[in-house]
Design a protein around this ligand. Structure first.
Ligand SMILES: CC(C)(COP(=O)(O)OP(=O)(O)OC[C@H]1O[C@@H](n2cnc3c(N)ncnc32)[C@H](O)[C@@H]1OP(=O)(O)O)[C@@H](O)C(=O)NCCC(=O)NCCS
Length: 249
């Protein structure tokens, strides 16, 4: 299906559609209050040209990629600690005069249009733009799409899993590696959501009577309930780096 590339600086009316697409593609708790989520719309306001959209011939949104420019010296140790941290830095502070890199925080494709190359097209476009605006390329705290099936496996071990053919086990990480990205490290605390146990219990549809680690559908790791009556979800991601410019395969 032919699609047209645009962004929120050119077509700001797409903003509610972008939110709806991301919301429908993620478990509901992923948009609850967190330092990053509080600033999500601040990212749109400040960096509308970094909010890429693919629309079909009828103007419907098919895929979106959301990010922001960051300072980065090229080392794993100078990366933000994750998605929350990148949003706090990018929204609360003045934008870098000359950004080093672009940090992509979300790529979302309409479920009816998966595996059609839209995600790859968006990643390729961000890299192409980085060649002029962000010479160190594109960094992404990746949320591996099959990880919710293995919430008890540490993220670093999961990311290292390989198929018998030697390619990465996780399909979304595989897409990045196939495009020439490399793994930079693990963001153990990319996004942190702390809420009263009652809210988590309502979401789960069953009580959480005691402290401990509880399974949370759609999460990459267990929900930790503590004696203070709160539950905290700490989402781990995998940092990957795409060089600026064309595909390097
Ligand atoms: C992650 C996401 C953007 C990838 O988009 P996509 O169009 O599926 O991307 P790709 O075409 O590169 O597919 C990746 C792999 O998943 C497979 N795949 C995608 N959709 C599939 C489907 N419906 N059924 C089976 N396999 C599917 C593809 O075949 C590919 O595997 P391959 O490398 O063996 O060919 C998309 O799945 C999505 O929007 N997910 C929800 C939001 C999300 O988790 N985003 C990532 C974190 S920000």
């Amino acid at each position: 299906m032919p699609t047209t590339l645009t962004d929120l600086s050119r077509d700001p009316w797409l903003l509610p559609e972008v939110d709806a697409l991301i919301g429908a593609n993620m478990p509901a708790f992923m948009s609850w209050e967190s330092p990053g989520n509080w600033r999500w719309h601040g990212m749109y306001d400040r960096y509308p040209a970094h909010q890429l959209c693919l629309v079909d011939g009828d103007g419907r949104l098919v895929a979106a990629a959301n990010g922001l420019p960051v300072r980065w010296d090229g080392s794993a140790s100078s990366l933000p600690s994750g998605s929350d941290d990148a949003l706090v830095a990018g929204v609360d502070h003045a934008p870098p005069d000359r950004p080093d890199a672009v940090c992509m925080l979300s790529v979302s494709v309409d479920p009816d249009h998966r595996a059609e190359g839209h995600a790859e097209r968006l990643l390729t476009e961000v890299r192409r733009r980085a060649a002029t605006d962000a010479p160190r390329g594109v960094v992404i705290p990746v949320r591996p799409t099959r990880k919710p099936r293995y919430p008890l496996i540490p993220i670093g071990e999961y990311a290292a899993w390989r198929r018998p053919d030697g390619r990465c086990f996780d399909p979304w990480l595989r897409t990045h590696f196939d495009l020439g990205a490399r793994q930079l490290g693990i963001a153990e605390r990319s996004l942190v959501i702390r809420q009263p146990v009652s809210r988590w219990a309502e979401f789960l549809g069953h009580p959480l009577p005691g402290p401990g680690d509880h399974l949370l559908p759609g999460a990459l790791a267990p929900l930790r309930v503590t004696e203070d009556g709160h539950g905290t979800y700490v989402e781990p991601n995998v940092w990957v780096h795409h060089p600026a410019g064309p595909d390097t395969r």
